[in-house]
Write a protein that binds this ligand. Structure first.
Ligand SMILES: [Zn+2]
Ligand SMILES: [Zn+2]
Length: 761
């Protein structure tokens, strides 16, 4: 029986070879009709035997092109047209719709084979790509995804490239960034005076310079990297001192998976993530005797490792044979540099040479960071290769929502229908550079996804730049969302669960509804609202922001609260080394409540213990004291005492007994390794005990864990094991970062729910 069917496909189906795939499939089954891109995806009209059409649809569902992601396929019978062929038709524009755009895709094996084939016309061409690989999001200026709307527009394809581009049988059919040495972008090498270095072969010169210990700024896919030989301690030290980034770990790039395995332990799943098409930085445990210079990741048990993902990277690591430091080209807290002029300014005193190219980067994207936990990925930084891939949700946005996110590790979110476009990592919104990147990012994503916000969600902290930005938008309704509530809802939305849960939201800082600094919170919440059911006891944060940078202040604050004036007599190194000039001033600040806001922050509790045991008094990047405390832990199983106290309808977690025991351990000379491990066990036990109490009163047995503290793998694992043992169903983050980079998703869902329930402004 012959039938006519229209098939509509939504998803990432443009720029990934979908139409030629459909074309060949139709030919194979002897079906007639056409396929075209439109502004909501791909549509097909097809005629032929019903059984063949069913098989055809089944093949689209089960074996689409490798980089395509199908969200939805719908089909309906239509009037027969009487086609006599199957063709690919030009795009069919419908203005109001939107199409997800593919993220960047690592160089595919076909292109790699050509890259290293001396007889191929693209032999050693650093910009080789095809329908299955290459730049995408970073070069898109506007929609639809078409060469003229990308930064490839200035390059006119040569005859051979155009032939490939027009041929449905070619791997480069409609590959928008298609290029070759004749017609495409090229490399230029500059010295630190920005003078062009004339060499016959820029790539081999770059390799030589790297081997000689130079720092080279390399323009990549989403921005500039700073590269040097990771096995050369002098080169690494030079880069570190020039970058004023005294401790923050640098990522490294290795040639292939074998090279990764020589330096670090790599399990099966980690190998899959490392070699997949995203090519993120994967956190891998260092092997003993790992030959990478100590300064690459000081005080860490892990290296952030990635494999090459552009042809240029492949050529450099292959031909130099080096393990490279590949760290974001920026000054410590600023976003990654992506324009040439900006690079020449910002990296002036860091780079010895610049390896640049003339394909413009339109939107900057850092490298994504992933860790594998319990056999699955946890995205810690959502950026290149992942963003702007949307999350397909169970909920439906009533309005087009813009959620502005928080301050540190900012990412914003655009919500439309059942899609959440959680943005690429923007950075810490603490300076003009990052704020500009935030504003430009919002404007860009609105344009390419055709979303004009009709509702804005923001964090309650009045001083956050993201909040100020939200409040400055005119003529648009706004909803403020509490920080820790947003964290938990983000975790719930990601896990597609609704109703009420126990939310454990542990992080550094979030504005509380009572004006204090929250951060060790137990919530009973759903999408709409929350009840603060428990929290860590309040302790003064002497000096506010300054106490975050100097964890010793927090340690002193806890000790002072517990021992008062007797604190100074404690026989421990921390007290002996305490700055006797600064301390009386700080003591006075605490006594009089001057610039000493109260905090229930879990992050600050980790800081305090880190400083107390002598690991870190002062930090150079967010979370450093806690990270180094985690790294110090051994496998000691003891637990410190703590106390839960009911105050009104809240459970207060008192940590005085914990501190008294740590102090006595220190007095007895117990090692930092054991203290750290016991401390982690204790926090996991605190979480379990509070959850058990809440389970009794609320009958809830589902726990969502969110907040930056849960990037701590040791704590996450211990907490998971305990909660699981007591029968809780545990929800954690996977695709959305547990840190503040995931908060915008929660904000969007909360605002949406309030609208649904008739929120009045
Ligand atoms: Zn390719
Ligand atoms: Zn060409």
């Amino acid at each position: 029986m012959n039938v006519s069917v229209r098939i509509d496909i939504k998803g990432i189906v443009q720029g990934v070879g979908f139409r030629p795939f459909v074309y060949h499939l139709a030919k194979k089954y002897g079906l007639l009709g056409h396929v075209c891109n439109n502004t909501s995806g791909v549509s097909i009209e097809i005629e032929g035997q019903k059984s063949k059409i069913d098989e055809f649809i089944e093949m689209i569902k089960t074996a689409p092109p490798p980089q395509a992601v199908i969200f939805e396929i719908t089909s309906s019978d239509i009037e027969p047209v009487g086609y006599d062929d199957f063709v690919i038709r030009p795009s069919d524009d419908q203005k109001e719709k939107f199409v997800p755009i593919s993220p960047e895709i690592a160089t595919c094996n076909h292109c790699l084979a050509e890259l290293f084939d001396p007889f191929d016309r693209r032999y050693r061409y650093p910009f080789i790509n095809c329908t299955n690989c290459g730049p995408r999001f970073s070069i898109v200026k506007d929609i639809p995804y078409d060469r003229k709307f990308t930064t490839m527009a200035p390059f006119k394809m040569c005859r051979e490239c155009k032939k490939e581009y027009d041929d449905p049988d070619n791997r480069r059919f409609h590959a928008q960034p298609n290029a070759c040495p004749v017609c495409g972008p090229g490399l230029t090498l500059l010295n630190d005076k920005l003078r062009k270095i004339d060499v016959p072969d820029a790539i081999s010169e770059v390799c030589t310079l790297l081997k000689d210990g130079n720092v080279i700024a390399i323009k990549g896919l989403g921005g500039y990297h700073l590269a040097c030989d990771a096995l050369n301690p002098d080169a690494v030290f030079k880069l570190r001192s020039r970058k004023y980034r005294e401790y923050k770990p640098f990522a490294i790039m290795v040639k292939d998976i074998e090279a990764a395995k020589r330096l670090c332990y790599v399990n099966e799943k980690e190998e899959k993530v490392l070699t997949g098409s995203i090519r993120p930085i994967v956190l891998l445990r260092k092997r003993p005797g790992c030959s990478v210079a100590e300064d690459v990741a000081p005080h860490q048990k892990y290296h952030g490792v990635m494999l090459p993902y552009t042809p240029l990277h492949h050529l450099i690591v292959e031909e130099s044979g080096l393990v490279l430091v590949m760290t974001s080209g920026n000054m410590s807290s600023e976003p990654i540099v992506y324009h040439d002029e900006q690079a020449f300014g910002r990296l002036k005193n860091i780079a010895d040479f610049y390896c640049i190219h003339n394909r413009e980067i339109h939107i900057r994207t850092d490298d994504s960071v992933i860790r594998v936990w319990r056999g699955k990925e946890v995205v810690l930084r959502r950026a290149r290769g992942i963003a702007p891939f949307p999350l397909v949700l169970n909920l439906r946005f009533q309005e087009n929502i813009l959620a502005c996110g928080a301050e540190l590790k900012n990412a914003f979110c655009l919500g439309k229908e059942n899609f959440a476009f959680l943005s690429h990592h923007i950075g810490d919104l603490e300076n003009l550079e990052t704020l500009t990147s935030f504003e430009e990012g919002i404007e860009h994503l609105q344009r390419i996804f055709n979303i004009s916000p009709t509702l804005v969600a923001y964090d309650l902290h009045p001083d956050y730049l993201a909040t100020k930005y939200a409040l400055s938008l005119e003529d648009i309704p706004k909803i403020g969302v509490q920080h820790h509530h947003a964290h938990i809802v983000s975790c719930m939305v990601e896990n597609k669960i609704e109703g009420e849960v126990i939310g454990v939201s542990f992080d550094g800082t979030g504005y509380g509804t009572d004006g204090t600094v929250w951060g060790g919170e137990f919530l009973i919440c759903d999408y709409r609202g929350f009840k603060r059911a428990g929290h860590l006891e309040y302790t003064p944060l002497p000096g506010g922001e300054k106490a975050i940078k100097e964890p010793w202040r927090m340690a002193a604050s806890f000790l002072y609260k517990i021992y008062h004036d007797k604190m100074i007599d404690l026989d421990i190194d921390f007290v002996k080394k305490l700055d006797r000039e600064k301390w009386p001033t700080i003591q006075k600040m605490i006594d009089k409540g001057i610039n000493s806001p109260l905090t229930s922050s879990a992050g600050r509790l980790f800081d305090a213990v880190s400083a107390l045991v002598g690991i870190r008094d002062e930090i150079y990047y967010e979370g450093q004291a806690a990270i180094e405390l985690e790294m110090a832990a051994d496998s000691e199983e003891g637990v410190y005492p703590f106390e839960l106290k009911d105050v009104g309808d809240k459970i207060l977690v008192l940590v005085e007994p914990l501190f008294r025991e740590i102090v006595s351990d220190l007095e007895r000379g117990v090692g930092v390794e054991s203290i750290s491990s016991r401390f982690h066990n204790t926090i996991a036990n605190i979480i379990l005990s509070v959850c058990l109490k809440l389970k009794k009163t609320s009958e809830l047995a589902r726990v969502a864990l969110s907040g930056g503290v849960f990037q701590n793998n040791l704590l996450l694992e211990k907490t998971y094991v305990l909660l699981d043992k007591y029968g809780f169903k545990i929800y954690t983050h996977r695709k959305v970062p547990p840190n503040d980079g995931g908060i915008a998703l929660g904000q969007a869902a909360v605002a949406n729910e309030r609208i649904l329930r008739g929120y009045t402004f």
